[in-house]
Design a protein around this ligand. Sequence first.
Ligand code: SAM
Ligand code: DTB
Ligand code: SF4
Length: 379
Amino acid sequence: MSETRHNWTKEEILEIYNKPLMELLYEAATIHRQSHDPNVVQVSTLLSIKTGGCSEDCGYCPQAARYHTGVEGDDLMGVSQVKAQALRAKASGSSRVCMGAAWRNVKDGPEFDQVLEMVRTINKLDMEVCCTLGMLTENQAKRLAEAGLYAYNHNLDTSEEYYKEVISTRGFEDRLETIDNVRKTNVTVCSGGIIGMGESLEDRAGMLVALSTLNPQPESVPINALVAVDGTPMEDEKPVEIWEMIRMVATTRIVMPETQVRLSAGRTQMSREGQAMCFFAGANSIFAGDKLLTTPNPDVSEDMKMFEMLGLKPQKPFTKRVQPQTVEATESQYEAMGEKPKWTRPEHKIERNEAAKAKAKEIRQEIKENESKIVEEVK
Ligand code: SAM
Ligand code: DTB
Ligand code: SF4
């Protein structure tokens, strides 16, 4: 069994990432087999419970209100709709539902109470429940845990250094603090990042240093390939090559031997052969469903064909850890504290984010002018 180390250095990680591919694959696959069944892949379904209109300036994100991306904003989904979607996901082989909200951070109040009810509802369907709602206080993490949350997704996204080139409305340290708050509960941590945002190999290694030196390491690590959406500051980034994805997955597997490595956004651009190499390199989880949060993902039926072809089986829920107990809202021992924590807001200027925001403003102005012209003509 390979020991879990919490003192990886950037140099060591770069050396692994840059190994001749056959050696890298062999090493990653060997480590993978020591802790995981290589024929089992966890299937998680994403559900966007609150879409678009987000106040943040994350340079990769189509849901940031300040960019013009064509994403229609939606209010928070109802509990019954979430339940129906979860049942559909379960019927198609998913063991986990991950609910995403385009929020900077969680605010106590009726909307958070509704999310807690969604968590209770899905846990009672005997599925693992994951949420990704932005920054969280310790009390909010405890309330989610009490509702039966299995995992919380909060990505570091990139290295601490490159983070400043991607997001100006919050700091890397805020992300670490939220992860720390989740760690004060029994909820497992899901944290990873994105490649293909113009970062260097040092940044990729830096992100893996930040994740692998967490103690304990995250129970799952999503590796996303950037989905470059028109209107975002990263619209012109060229797609990552499959070799980069394979190397990133393999390196993640080697430095975090126990974690579930999730082959996340970007699968529509990958061939079956490419994905098979990622599974061989240690990926053992995917997001399923024809949509991620706002962008396309392969069809479930296509994924199931791929599983059949590769002899892969979907992982059963609660294989790695027992199902959390759900405490009903009426029995809860926690109260909303209505805290207003001081998350940072560095607000430094990121040129390409500013340019995308300015372009969005122009487009909106143009649309407005055209609309008033049409109204005039109709009159
Ligand atoms: N608002 C919450 C937050 O930022 O933590 C949760 C939702 S957010 C959309 C979750 C994650 O999706 C981000 O941290 C990022 O890693 C990933 N993501 C967003 N847009 C992406 C894109 N265009 N390509 C790849 N990954 C993306
Ligand atoms: C993660 O690491 N990737 C997922 C999930 N966690 C929430 C989100 C990917 C989003 C891709 C862009 C979109 O569909 O909006
Ligand atoms: Fe908002 Fe999350 Fe998108 Fe950033 S990644 S803009 S916080 S939804």
